[in-house]
Write a protein that binds this ligand. Sequence first.
Ligand code: N01
Length: 867
Amino acid sequence: MALNQQSCQVFDAVVVGAGFSGLYMLHRLREAGYSVRVYEAADDVGGTWYWNRYPGARCDIESIYYNYTFSKEILDEWTWSSRYAEQPEILSYINFVADKLDLRRDIQFNTRITAARYNEESRNWEIRMEDGTLVAAEYFITALGCLSSSNIPKIKGLDSFKGEMYHTGRWPHKKVDFSGKRVGVIGTGSSGIQAIPVIAKEAGHLTVFQRTPQYSCPAQNHPLEAEEIRKTWENYDETKQQMRYSQHGVPYGPRMRSALEDSPEERERLYEKAWQEGGLFSLTYNYNDIAMVPESNETAASFIRSKIKQIVHDPEVAQKLMPTYYYATKRPIIDTNYFETYNRENVSLVDIKTAPIMEITPDGIKTTDNEYELDVLVFATGFDAMTGPLFKIDIRGKNDVSLKDKWADGAELKTYLGLATSGFPNMFMLTGPQSPSVLSNMMVSIEQHVDWVADCIDYLREHHLEAFEATEEAEAFWSHQCRAIADMSLLTKTDSWYMGANIDGKPRGFLAFAGGVGLYRLICDDIAARGYEGFASLLAHDNQDDSKVKEGFFVSNIDPQAWFILKQLESAGAPPMEQLTPELARMGDFSLLAGAPEEVAKVENSTIPVPGGEIPVRIYTPEGEGPFPALVYYHGGGWVIGNLDTVDVPCRMLANRAGCVVVSVDYRLAPEHKFPTAAEDSYAAAKWLSENAASIQVDPERIAVGGDSAGGNLAAVVALMAREQGGPSFAYQMLIYPVTNHAYDTDSYSDNAEGYFLTKNTMVWFWNHYLRNDEDGQNPYASPLLAEDLSGLPPALVITAGFDPLRDEGEAYAERLKAAGVPVEATRYDGMIHGFFWMPGVLTEAHNAINQAANALKDAFNAIKTR
Ligand code: N01
């Protein structure tokens, strides 16, 4: 497609699609003074809501929150008639906005874009219409909608059908008359479940062809009073913020409680209440682990199945309607009288999972065990979601590579933030794949994307940057994070359109970002604030100031995975630890960061005696024949929090990799037990192991001590105590970002005081709980860095993290050990944050550090064996 740009119109930006996202994009760019043209295949605005006119079509997000929020004036001028607005009302709203902002003058309707190609010479996009007309633009923005490419399954004989055929996503503008007709509906997703009760009321007979039964809850739709809307938006800014920083784009979220924490009776009571209240999130928001934990999920799933059983009179039909997949791993559905519809005389249900459709005949549908005569056939069979609309346009980036080829038909889906993809400069995808869009209130996602893109274009102009694209590193990182987050949930365990599983031959993979709109917004904003890190400028004007846009991803050194965790923690909005009581602080659960525990040959919980009591230990024994070398491990947590579970995953990994027994010690915590209890418990545990080694198949000559953070402190202190108090003698000390000094005077304390997980204020809080007085802080058993003499101590590994207030004191201890003649291996993990050692579930560097520690232990043990 060669282009003589003199012969065609050139715009600053071309936007494809005049739905909610395209319209707002047009408004934002036009207000900023750019020339913009929107192309739309339909003859009017509306996008999804223009095409999906099937009977019963309505929104599943409460209309009160299904608004543009960028303009208070527009918000105030519009009112909704019911809790869940019907399609015609939503379309009227879109028209109202288009009129109000006078958008139509920059939209060309009845125009399908078939191709878009990036011209590297002119640095413009060349965009081709169905009739061959070309236009050019500096920015190419797709606003295609995620669910706009209708899926009509390729069933044998499809074209032979003599009756009327419709797809819910391409419904005609005139009313379809079902009265007295034999109607068949294939598909029972959101569209089918909305359409079926309405069609049933009119049809002579309705046959529903169901492949997968669905969970659906009552919408409990009702009229809305203007006063209710006014009251909801009374605190406009606050409500808007709550929606923006939520999980799904509504100003409320799940209760912070596991479904398994409540009694069956209490769960039943809450589910029943939610059922009566209705709504998309009502059931799932009772608990925060429905989409994560199979057993919790089953509590909600079985509740809905019990409701189906109650509602549907014929037990056989009820049984066919019972879903078995994990609830809410397909888009949850809300309905009006869906299950009740199966009690009607004129409705029958055909289970095409057990008797699949063989072919469509001129007169109806033939399954493996029957034939159904039909006058009308309705496909409610969904969409080729997310990638489908993009692949319908032949989009070609640098070197003429097509998007479809780059993504290998979706098998290699790679985007940065779901907004951009490398090799396609100056192209932005609104609500594209790997963004949270389809998992949220679309309006919130749309506004966020449009605002971000408009700000980005302003930035590029201000900095005279003509061509700008995501780097390969950035998109590899983002795509990995998207998969990792989805894999932590049950979402990937179900065949759904989220997974691409509804389209024959479509590669499987989770298509969206499941971390929530709040986290996503924080991430996008942070990337913008970092000068659009992860994007690279290809070319710039001579006088550019490109100091802010740099090559490569995360040049600011923090590891992207660690940064991602920081954003997740920020979005969780937990108060700083120092504002909590120790009891509350101990309730934090970081198990998702640790990842799945791996198998160890034997794991045993036990107790051991310490002065004045007993403490729990967990003993990990690896595969093989003893006697084994051993590591006594002390967990971190500032001597105040943390327990055996906190470090279960790294202890398992160390046991397997170093081939040693790991004895993880649950020493007594402060402030209930202040200094020196933790140190004395730790020493007692090491002595106990040395004295009782044979009882747990341990070689007493090959015992190491180790720990992380406060546990690293305790390991160092135990080594000192052993030297000074007559043994035992240890083979090694493994100190992971240890606390070594009660002082806050290092560069790392000032550089990393805040924003990197462990803060200076939290350390002050820990120390204050641990020590009885300031004098304790001068005691080498609290601050081993203050010990006068470090000679004669066991060889050491000291691991530190670049973005950690404790970095410098850990490294100072390593230097002092070296100066005292102790062999030391010291490694700083530059991009890491405090705590990373127990986060192998989300950090590659945690694996590297654990492997390094295991190898160091093995070497130390072998050195003794071969001595
Ligand atoms: O499509 P779907 P949808 N033979 O893919 C079946 C949004 N939406 O249009 O589950 C037989 O969910 C398929 O069966 P199975 C919302 O995000 C929102 O209903 O794949 N059956 C399924 O039953 C929603 O999730 C609203 O086994 C076949 C159905 O067709 C998304 O749009 C309203 C088949 C398709 O369900 C899509 O919903 C409507 C075949 N070959 C939609 N192929 C609101 O309320 C597919 N099926 C805002």
